[in-house]
Design a protein around this ligand. Structure first.
Ligand SMILES: Cc1cc2nc3c(=O)[nH]c(=O)nc-3n(C[C@H](O)[C@H](O)[C@H](O)COP(=O)(O)OP(=O)(O)OC[C@H]3O[C@@H](n4cnc5c(N)ncnc54)[C@H](O)[C@@H]3O)c2cc1C
Length: 379
């Protein structure tokens, strides 16, 4: 989300957890201002004409939201036990896990809550695999990993390969602002611009609660119906055009190869096949979260025969049990994007942290045998 200027989060996605003084709208910034005071509500967003009438003052600036989240963490003292290192390996122990870190340290724990987000699961379309892997790493990027602030993109000729999702337009705008000459190739005829990517009921506590009580099969069935629409924030296409981004609609990427220090991209438009050379390609093709793609858990899953497949003949067997614990392993509870089948589309948004987690944390801790549920309180 590093390139996002504004979030799509309505005011209900705050971290108040029952305490009004911690609400997003009450947040007072360091300079005494209240940058989140007017953020729109779910009810506002459900109005058909919301996209046309909403103004910037009703949106949540990402930087202000970040400062607000840090303020809440500090207030709850959640910032006091943070280790600044990546997990490289999770090894099952008889009663828990041994956690290996990138700085060489290790420690043991009885329970793991897995909230590693989308970045370990970057998605490149399967037909691209044959050529994408042969492109020089410094010229072929995935949008979720790109460092817009520190890269040298001035005057670079950059192609953004995407559909029409939020990252496509964000990457185009950020790179153009960094001085690059940007071409955006989109398969769609027009950008789809929506304030909320899902129907508002996916952000409501009561709905998430009743959804998570359905059987696994019923949840999977209803998740198949509302697909996540490829959509960007309102006004992004206009911002991209105003800053000089060249947009090619109906453009289908076919092939790319290194040529004389650049990358030659072949793509198909309504005018037929085209070939063009760029300094960089940026894929904004999203992520495809799968538990089996976590390198630090591969050995554990294999050695303990923990289920990792949800398609084919095993599709009727969920990986997680009713408490959200990964079957056949010591206590490990995948959250965030991996909780899609438990919390529905709420798990794909900040609603996961603000609405879904408080609902389920009690059950998780009880299931893990960590505490009597009556002892559990939310910070
Ligand atoms: C471009 C974009 C725009 C979005 N806009 C919005 C929006 O406007 N509103 C909204 O509600 N949601 C938005 N979302 C979704 C929102 O970002 C996610 O729902 C939310 O961040 C998920 O939180 P999370 O804690 O599950 O994962 P993340 O926020 O991704 O956090 C995962 C963390 O785990 C860390 N990690 C990964 N691997 C390891 C490892 N091996 N060891 C240690 N740490 C690790 C990562 O570094 C990261 O800090 C957007 C997402 C994207 C990609």
């Amino acid at each position: 989300m590093q390139a996002t200027d504004f979030l799509r989060s309505p005011r209900e996605l705050d971290f108040s957890l029952g305490q009004t003084e911690r609400a997003m709208t009450a947040f007072v910034d360091e300079d005494g201002s209240q940058p989140l005071a007017n953020v729109y509500s779910l009810q506002d967003a459900s109005c058909d004409r919301f996209n046309e009438t909403t103004t910037e003052s009703q949106r949540a600036p990402r930087a202000a939201f970040w400062r607000y989240a840090n303020y809440v963490a500090k207030r709850a003292k959640a910032d006091q036990q943070v280790i600044g290192a990546s997990v490289t390996q999770l090894k099952p122990l008889q009663h828990g896990w041994q956690v290996h870190l990138s700085d060489g340290c290790r420690f043991s724990t009885r329970v793991v809550l897995l909230a590693t987000g989308l970045t370990p699961h970057l998605y490149i379309p399967r037909p691209w695999h044959v050529w994408w892997q042969h492109l020089p790493q410094e010229q072929a990027h995935h949008a979720f990993q790109l460092d817009y602030a520190n890269g040298d993109f001035k005057d670079a000729n950059i192609a953004i390969l995407g559909s029409s999702n939020v990252a496509t337009w964000e990457a185009a705008i950020k790179l153009a602002e960094a001085g690059a000459k940007v071409t955006l190739l989109s398969r769609y005829s027009n950008p789809i611009e929506r304030q909320l990517p899902f129907a508002p009921f996916w952000f409501q506590k009561e709905f998430i609660q009743s959804f998570s009580q359905l059987s696994w099969r019923e949840r999977k069935r209803s998740l198949k119906k509302p697909r996540i629409p490829a959509s960007a924030m309102p006004g992004m296409a206009a911002r991209a055009k105003a800053i000089g981004v060249r947009v090619l609609h109906h453009a289908r990427v076919q092939y790319a190869t290194e040529l004389w220090g650049k990358v030659q991209l072949s793509y198909k438009t309504t005018k037929g096949m085209q070939a063009e050379r760029f300094d960089h390609l940026v894929a904004t093709t999203g992520a495809s979260p799968k538990l089996r793609n976590l390198p630090y858990l591969t050995d554990a899953a294999r050695n303990y025969k923990a289920p990792i497949i949800v398609s084919g003949i095993a599709r009727h067997y969920p990986i997680l049990d009713d408490a959200g614990r990964w079957k056949n392993l010591p206590p490990i509870y995948p959250l965030g994007v991996h909780a899609l089948t438990r919390a529905g589309h709420a798990a794909n948004t900040l609603a996961s942290a603000t609405l879904y987690l408080p609902l389920l944390m009690r059950t998780i801790l009880q299931d893990a045998g960590l505490t009597d549920a009556t002892d559990v309180s939310t910070a």
